[in-house]
Design a binder for this molecule. Structure first.
Ligand SMILES: [Zn+2]
Ligand SMILES: [Zn+2]
Length: 72
């Protein structure tokens, strides 16, 4: 699919994805790919903009994906 919309984040590249956190149009470079897994074994891909990828309020996996978790 072709779109003329530019990336909402860097405004340099053509947007190819939509952030599911804030619905910003994002280019391939700005897209942060996440795999959502639910308990039933279903996994589906999602794209976040760089802002939402770092925001635990929008991306519940933002913390989970960080390696530097405090050890128990
Ligand atoms: Zn971009
Ligand atoms: Zn976003």
């Amino acid at each position: 699919m072709k779109s003329d919309r530019e990336c909402d984040k860097c405004r340099k590249n053509q947007a190819v994805n939509v952030c599911i956190g804030c619905h910003a149009a994002i280019c391939e470079t700005c897209s942060q790919y996440e795999l959502f897994g639910s308990g039933c074994g279903c996994v589906f891909p999602a794209y976040y903009c760089p802002t939402c990828a770092e925001d635990p309020n929008r991306n519940p996996f933002a913390i989970q994906n960080r390696p530097e978790k405090s050890p128990e």
